[in-house]
Design a protein around this ligand. Structure first.
Ligand code: URP
Ligand code: ZN
Ligand code: ZN
Length: 467
């Protein structure tokens, strides 16, 4: 199955790459292909798809006074279990740090530890003259996109002047500007007012981070991108009004893109409000505190996300994998939702969760592949190497069994380094059977055959979506 169609075929892998896609029973240079290879993986009755590419992850991210609980080792192994064979993680420049030093620190965290191939975007948390100069050198490092934050004043936040300057670099270099589009200063006022009223439960995180704050910031980012001519990619879109902004800009011919995440397709603010457990009481809702926040099911944001994935107002699905345990991590926000580290862990389940969209008829089989693999590759400068089963591409291949079944839960399918699952109890029609990373079988049924260090750094080129 590819982004453009499906066919019965044999895929010939030679070493780390795909040699050919052949009609079953083909001969190559006079020899029967199937009879002359070292190993045959029988995928009859199953889908053979390009390995998933999760273009938005945060391994070991220092955030909210703690650090995301998956290391590059545990997080990429969990990814492999779930049929994802490449990630693009966010290297971080913190306030006061040099961009080069932030990037070097990320290389140090990841090198030799990953189960699958990995690339980096650069978070620029301190836009200043030195950073702007350093950003111009990033494409030579294989880092062809950077993320700015309109949220989190005092942490990663950029004001409009900083965004404008960074976007001028984006226009000049062809690097994609990735935007966390929420009006942080306004959100922080609303959050303070809620806390002052004693409204401290996790649910109020989503009330403070109202959709108006996402719509406004998305519009502002679009206008700054229009003014500067920067290509713009809005991350973790969850509000239907933000999608309307993207669609509006795209209809006017602007080079603007967006992703959503499984949590915004399936989980809702109402469920978060209703969440309660013996152990955590109403603080149970902290499991789903992320930014942008879960939106109201009643307001039909989820339906709008599915629709946008069909109509291409949104182009891809990433996880924004940013896991924190409840114990000692999410717990930091007991009594004050502002102190709950933001993030949900989903890297292991993205392919399965999105396949449910095929099962329920929200998207086609081809669109599933496109949203989870082909477009991420093209969007982020990996076209030709990743995201398609074609001659010359890396042999990153998943055999997916549509008749298989996957039960998600902490005691079931769970390889992420977390003490809970945000997806506890989800039952998936479908199962990742076999995973090849650059020709090596790393998941074979219920056996893990990969190793830490299998994954290599991906020097990315510029986006195929530049015009
Ligand atoms: O809640 C989230 N999204 N945590 C990760 C950081 C970010 O803003 O992507
Ligand atoms: Zn973000
Ligand atoms: Zn993120």
């Amino acid at each position: 199955v590819s982004a453009t169609g499906r066919a019965v075929a044999d895929v010939l892998v030679d070493g780390e790459t795909i040699r050919a896609v052949l009609e079953p029973g083909s001969t190559l240079l006079g020899t029967d292909v199937a009879a002359s290879v070292d190993r045959v993986i029988d995928a009859a009755g199953k889908y053979v798809i390009p390995g998933g590419i999760d273009a938005h992850t945060h391994m070991q991210l220092p955030f909210g006074g703690t650090e995301a609980s998956d290391t590059f080792e545990t997080g990429t192994r969990a990814a492999a279990w779930g049929g994802t064979t490449s990630i693009i993680d966010f290297a971080v420049q913190t306030y006061g740090q040099r961009v080069e030093d932030g990037l070097a620190a990320w290389h140090e965290k990841a090198a030799g530890n990953c189960a699958i191939d990995y690339g980096f975007h650069q978070i620029v948390g301190d836009v200043n003259e030195d950073s702007l100069a350093a950003m111009r050198r990033l494409p030579d490092e294989g880092v062809s996109s950077f993320k700015l934050f309109m949220a989190y004043p005092g942490v990663f936040y950029s004001d409009d002047a900083q965004i404008l300057k960074a976007m001028q670099v984006s226009r000049d270099t062809g690097m994609l500007t990735m935007m966390h589009a929420e009006n942080g200063p306004a959100i922080d006022v609303l959050a303070q007012q809620l806390v002052d009223q004693g409204k401290t439960d996790p649910y109020y995180h989503g009330i403070a981070r109202a959709w108006e704050m996402e719509e406004e910031a998305t519009h502002r980012a679009i206008m700054l991108a229009k003014l500067t001519g920067a290509p713009l990619y809005v991350v973790h879109v969850s509000a239907k009004q933000a999608v309307e902004q993207l669609a509006w800009a795209r209809d006017k011919g602007q080079n603007v893109y967006g992703e959503t995440c499984p949590q915004y397709l399936y989980l809702s603010l109402e469920e978060q409000l209703g969440a309660e457990s013996e152990q955590w009481g109403h603080f149970e809702g902290a499991k789903w505190v992320c930014s942008t926040p879960l939106r109201s099911r009643e307001e039909r944001h989820q339906d709008a996300m599915w629709q946008a994935l069909r109509t291409n107002d949104l182009q891809m699905v990433s996880t924004d994998h940013c896991p924190f345990c409840m114990k000692d991590q999410k717990e930091l926000g007991l009594g004050d939702f502002r102190k709950i580290p933001n993030g949900i862990g989903s890297i292991e389940h993205r392919m399965d969760l999105m396949y449910q969209g095929v099962v329920t008829g929200e998207i086609t089989l081809e669109r599933w592949v496109e949203l989870t693999s082909t477009t991420p590759a093209r969007m982020f400068g990996l076209a030709g190497r990743k995201g398609a089963i074609q001659p010359g591409a890396d042999a990153d291949i998943v055999v997916y069994d549509p008749n298989g079944h996957t039960s998600i839960g902490l005691e079931k399918t769970h390889h992420m380094n977390m003490d809970y699952s945000a997806w506890e109890g989800y039952e998936i029609d479908g199962h990742v059977d076999t995973v090849l990373s650059r020709g090596k079988v790393i998941v074979d049924g219920d056996e893990y055959l990969g190793a830490k260090g299998d994954g290599r750094f991906l020097k990315r080129g510029l986006s195929s979506y530049l015009v």
